[in-house]
Design a protein around this ligand. Structure first.
Ligand SMILES: Nc1ncnc2c1ncn2[C@@H]1O[C@H](COP(=O)(O)OP(=O)(O)OP(=O)(O)O)[C@@H](O)[C@H]1O
Ligand SMILES: [Mg+2]
Length: 392
């Protein structure tokens, strides 16, 4: 097993252009150049080492990728729950820990680039609202990523098509998630040096801890932001359909404000409980933005946006403020969208006006019928569904 900390210098070279393949398994945790570069990217925090696991380590951790440990599948490949014990993870201190092991599908070409960027990014970035990468495996053709296990899965699975026997997210939890996501983004935009543009904000990439604290995941598309006098980075347009800012789609010019637009979409999804695109709905309602626009233009109609699953359980003035923040983030012209620091301030103000839980109506499912309303993870399987849109 090796340590990845000393790849940090390559991050700066790699993220701004085509990353050169790192020398895997190169041990030099004390290497001062690596440590300096990591501080440069994350001045006061550090994710430490990402361990280089052998494929056998991960076979053992996941019980040979047993179907019982299957969590879900995205465009990158399958994800399995696993347990890394002290015995097979030198340097992982403490007791055995639960991990999520993401295995790159062999046919994925773009995936091997994303694998590299993901490892490089998460090795140098660290924040409570960013998922932690424990390590990776790059042995032969195998490419696997080993993350901290997030017991409540993705925000997507809690927000959309929630089965009747599962408790829908209440208002306060939605606001808490919005604040946490914004803080993670604020870290990328304002603390990381150079700044990082996330480029993959969407409900599927927000993972939830036991207390519904959110963490951003999937950094394979992340880019170093513009530095110096530059206002944007020019790049092939990539992202997920509907979440990409229109200016970015049209020009290929990526800015921090592209993330702000995607965050505006996420806020609207949190408010409405609707996906940005949902083919299962009647035609006029398939596009969330088209459906929501008439309501967003008239403050008296903001309440029509609200997810019916909330059953009226929200503070009206806080709703108005949240819708306004979403509208500001979703503006077509990037320069009039707010910066993330201001969004965080606005969201924290909303979080300070919580909805009194006693006013929440009974949950859709009585515990006697469905057992305690604990989260039950249902594996998601979406073949090749990661990038529903790759422009150009
Ligand atoms: N660290 C983790 N802990 C727990 N579950 C995870 C973790 N990482 C991913 N998952 C789950 O694995 C599944 C697949 O995730 P993955 O990130 O590969 O795809 P996705 O985000 O759903 O789609 P896309 O490929 O478009 O990003 C999702 O259900 C996700 O919730
Ligand atoms: Mg994902």
């Amino acid at each position: 097993m090796g340590c990845f900390a000393c790849f940090a210098p390559a991050v700066r070279a790699g993220m701004s252009g085509d990353p050169k393949p790192p020398k895997l398994g190169h041990h030099c945790p004390e290497d001062s150049s690596g440590a300096d570069a990591r501080r440069k990217v994350a001045p006061d925090v550090g994710n430490g080492c990402a361990h280089s696991f052998t494929f056998k380590d991960l076979l053992v951790a996941t019980s040979y990728f047993n179907e019982a440990n299957f969590i879900g599948e995205g465009g990158f490949g399958k994800v399995y729950k696993g347990k890394i014990s002290k015995a097979n993870a030198q340097g992982v201190v403490g007791d055995a820990r639960m991990v999520a092991v993401k295995q790159l599908a062999r046919e994925s070409v773009q995936g091997s680039h994303e694998f590299l960027v993901e490892v490089l990014m998460l090795t140098v970035l660290s924040h409570p609202n960013l998922v932690s990468l424990f390590g990776f495996c790059a042995q032969g053709d195998e490419r696997l990523l080993v993350y901290e296990y997030m017991p409540f899965g993705s925000l997507e699975s809690h927000l959309f098509d929630v089965p009747l026997c599962k408790q829908p997210l209440d208002w306060n939890t939605r606001v808490k998630i919005a604040v946490g996501v914004a803080e993670g983004l604020s870290y990328l935009h304002n603390v990381a040096d150079p700044p990082i543009i996330y480029r993959d904000m969407k409900a599927a990439n927000i993972l939830l801890d036991k207390d519904f604290s959110p963490k951003l995941s999937d950094f394979g598309l992340a880019k170093v932001g513009p530095v110096g006098d530059r206002t944007h980075v020019s790049t092939r347009v990539m992202g997920t359909y509907g979440y990409c800012a229109p200016d970015y789609v049209l020009s290929g010019k990526l800015t921090m404000k592209s993330d702000i637009y995607s965050f505006g979409v996420l806020l609207l999804e949190l408010i409405t409980g609707r996906r940005i695109y949902d083919a299962s709905r009647p035609k006029p309602e398939q596009s969330l933005l088209s459906w929501a626009r008439p309501f967003m233009h008239d403050k008296r109609k903001f309440h029509r946006l609200v997810d019916p699953a909330l059953q009226g359980g929200y503070p009206p003035s806080a709703l108005n403020q949240l819708v306004v923040i979403s509208i500001m983030c979703l503006q077509d012209q990037s320069h009039v969208r707010p910066i993330i620091a201001d969004v965080v301030i606005g969201l924290k103000h909303i979080a300070n006006q919580p909805y009194a839980p006693e006013r929440l109506l009974e949950s859709l499912c009585s515990p006697s019928k469905c057992g305690s309303p604990q989260y039950v993870h249902t594996p998601s399987r979406r073949r090749g569904g990661r990038r529903v849109a790759q422009y150009s």
